[in-house]
Design a protein around this ligand. Structure first.
Ligand code: ZN
Length: 441
């Protein structure tokens, strides 16, 4: 080969190489780099971690049921998770490239589902995410509800119901200790131990708001407690602070002050804003931003919350350090339940090495649970067990008549328009004749 031709050939080769490299870089723009799934009792959540926000389309197919997820201009750069063969919803999963640049993921389903998808922005734990929630379709959902209601009312049987809420879960790990201890794990362990202790009491019954490693929206947690007819709501967390020396437990109740400004903030958000925080690691202090106003007239519940918080704090003093000697007041969203006295316990600082080590041990978890129980028992011992819980929780409904306005109905029943809308998950004041609405107490 002539030297000239030779150099020309190598030039072409280099150019080709450069071209390919450029193409490869352009194609590497968007990737699915992780894939996780979380199983909650009522839904399954799939989380695709991506290198950038992706446009997508999700749909289901019947016979056999399948879920199809199409993502534009995305490469699959991770491994497929393996679902247990006994998983109630998910079957085999596969992925393929379409049109040379798009990605299609197909999952065999064991039951027909309703799919809901949304994107999450990066936070301290994760990057961009595409979340797909799968809700099994139930043919006889009305039947199922009545069965649940029945079991709840028979469980009530003049027992105090304590809703125990383990903070965080699933996509939201909460705070993390130096040894990698995750808040969501230790608080669930404490919550389960507390539930076992509560259930040993002849006059008490526990309701675990979260039973496994999955995320529950903050508003959903309150709804679940209310559905279980809880008499008390106890949210369990572990604190974190940049100063590793911070230590000890704290007990919080809702602060009424600031509630109105939070309401304003909430109303500025869209209705499903709370859903969208699903999986975002919310620093507990930031919950205020996502708060929802339920009602401002919650003084009675606030006093009860303060009483039980004081009793619990007194008993936590015997277990270890107490971070703040007084019950703290803050606008935590999970505490915004106007009809159920609610407290939030920061059991210890997971960011403190000694306390992190303690939080991991079963014996310390038991001590914390026992202390909380003592406080709760003391609180209930001063309360009169309501004779008929069903009367207390009976719902007032109203059927819309011609000429009615929502504000008129609110006025007549002496409730605020906001709480009336909230009770009926209404976005506007539009009503229809014949429509039945709930009147909040
Ligand atoms: Zn927390």
């Amino acid at each position: 080969m002539k030297p000239f031709l030779k150099s020309l050939m190598s030039l072409v080769r280099i150019t080709c190489l450069l071209l390919f490299t450029t193409l490869a870089v352009a194609g590497a723009g968007k990737k699915v780099e992780s894939l996780r799934f979380w199983t909650a009792p009522d839904h399954t959540r799939l989380v695709f971690g991506t290198t950038a926000p992706v446009s997508h389309k999700v749909f289901t197919l019947d016979n056999p049921p399948r879920l199809v997820l199409d993502m534009s201009d995305v490469k699959f750069d991770t491994s497929l998770p393996s679902f247990s063969s006994s998983h109630k919803v998910l079957g085999l999963m596969r992925q393929a490239t379409r049109n040379k640049k798009d990605l299609r993921v197909v999952i065999d389903l064991k039951t027909a589902v309703k799919a809901k998808s949304f994107s999450l922005k990066p936070n301290t734990n994760y990057g961009h995410r595409l979340v797909i929630d799968l809700y099994p379709k139930q043919a006889k959902s009305s039947n199922k509800t009545s069965v649940i209601k029945k079991s709840v009312s028979s469980a009530k049987n003049n027992k105090w119901i304590v809703a125990i809420d383990a903070g965080h879960g699933g996509e939201d790990p909460g705070a993390r200790g130096h040894r990698g201890t995750r808040e969501k794990v230790v608080v669930l362990a404490i919550a389960k131990k507390l539930a076992a202790l509560v259930n040993k009491q002849p006059n008490m019954k526990a309701y675990l708001v979260r039973t496994g490693d999955y995320y529950i929206g903050l508003r959903k947690r309150m709804e679940k407690a209310r559905k279980a007819r809880a008499d008390l709501f106890v949210s369990i967390h572990a604190d974190a602070f940049k100063d590793q020396r911070a230590r000890g437990s704290s007990v919080y109740v809702l602060s009424n002050r600031g509630a109105s400004s939070e309401a304003a903030r909430w109303l500025a958000n869209s209705e499903n804003a709370a859903d969208l925080v699903g999986g975002v690691s919310l620093d507990d202090k930031d919950d205020m931003l996502a708060s929802v106003l339920l009602d401002l007239s919650q003084n009675a519940t606030e006093d009860a919350s303060a009483t039980v918080a004081g009793e619990v704090l007194k008993n936590l003093r015997g277990v270890g350090h107490v971070h703040k000697k007084q019950v703290q007041r803050a606008g935590f969203m999970v505490l915004k339940s106007p009809d159920i006295p609610s407290i939030l316990i920061e059991t210890a600082f997971i960011s403190n090495r000694q306390e992190e080590a303690k939080l991991r041990t079963s014996s310390h978890q038991n001590k914390v649970a026992a202390a909380i129980l003592k406080g709760v028992k003391r609180y209930f011992s001063k309360q009169r067990l309501p004779a008929s819980p069903s009367i207390r929780t009976a719902k007032v409904t109203y059927k819309i008549r011609r000429g009615d306005t929502l504000s008129g109905i609110a006025q007549k029943h002496r409730v605020s328009l906001t709480s009336l809308k909230k009770a009926n998950s209404m976005k506007s004041s539009r009503i229809k004749v014949g429509q039945v609405i709930q009147i909040p107490s």
